[in-house]
Ligand binder design. Sequence first.
Ligand code: DD3
Length: 323
Amino acid sequence: MAATQSEEETAKTVAKRLKTDENCPVTEDGDSTVKEALSGFKTGQILRDSAREKNIFIHGKFDDQEAVVILEKTPIRQDVLAEMFKSSSLTLEMKNDIYSTYQLQPPPHLNGIKTTVICPATEKHVKKYLRQETFLINETEDDYRSITLPHITQQSFSVQWVYNILEKKAEADRIVFEDPDPHVGFVLLPDFKWDQKQLEDLYLIAIVHRRDLKSLRDLTPDNLPLLRNILEKGVEAIGKKYNVPSSKLRMYLHYQPSYYHIHVHFTSLDYEAPGCGVERAHLLTDVIQNLQVQPEYYQKRTLTFPIRADDALLTKFREAGKI
Ligand code: DD3
């Protein structure tokens, strides 16, 4: 019964590499390196790719689970050059006068591709990566109350991954700094857009412990101690760990945020992070001052933000005759 045995063997391997109930290639326990973990991925639509950014976003399936896989080549690091030159093979492509081109084959450990897997992925995840036209919305106080707030309540976007971080159920080993205070405390950790291999594209997020603040719109002067705490201790922790001073840090909140649990972005000034433009980013220092000058600033002011053509919120603004 060799066939049965190999089938059993396969089932065991699959069970080992797939975590519990989901047929997604997640490894939590034991070895974090899994061979052929992506071999079960059936490629579907290419959602987006960029030769300049050297990445590709693929919609596909693991068995019957919808998934998005993101592959990205990362920058070449100076500190590995010596080893790279020493242990790579070189294949000539062409030679002409003083000019020649090659394919260099680095050893596997210097040739990694940053990979992100979202599985099971919802339609929202799939849409997120499709290129889309965007529009600006000027959201008044009334618009927020009558259109945006009902929309975010009704959609009930999951922030389970945020709670997992706060409860140390995920990424606990990646935490750079934590202030455990329930009112002004937060967790600072690398955003997963950053592979932490170089400081040029440094990207961390401060996620607050309290769970009652959805976005900028909820901020009042009561939250000034929280915001000042994030500014002060976030800067201090990043200075200590990465030796990057506050004068090289861009600290801001998004409006609209991509998840409705208040958080602050810390990115390197030398890196034009996606979403750091004027149409979406609100500098933490400005937010603090606005609240000092006008207590109801973020409840009263019209806030402008970009929105994708396929976003349901845009439809709601259209239906209300607001654009
Ligand atoms: C997200 C915004 C959210 C797809 C993608 C990202 N940093 C995260 C889960 C864990 C994380 C993040 C949603 C989701 Cl690619 C859908 O981001 C995260 N962990 N930004 C960290 N450290």
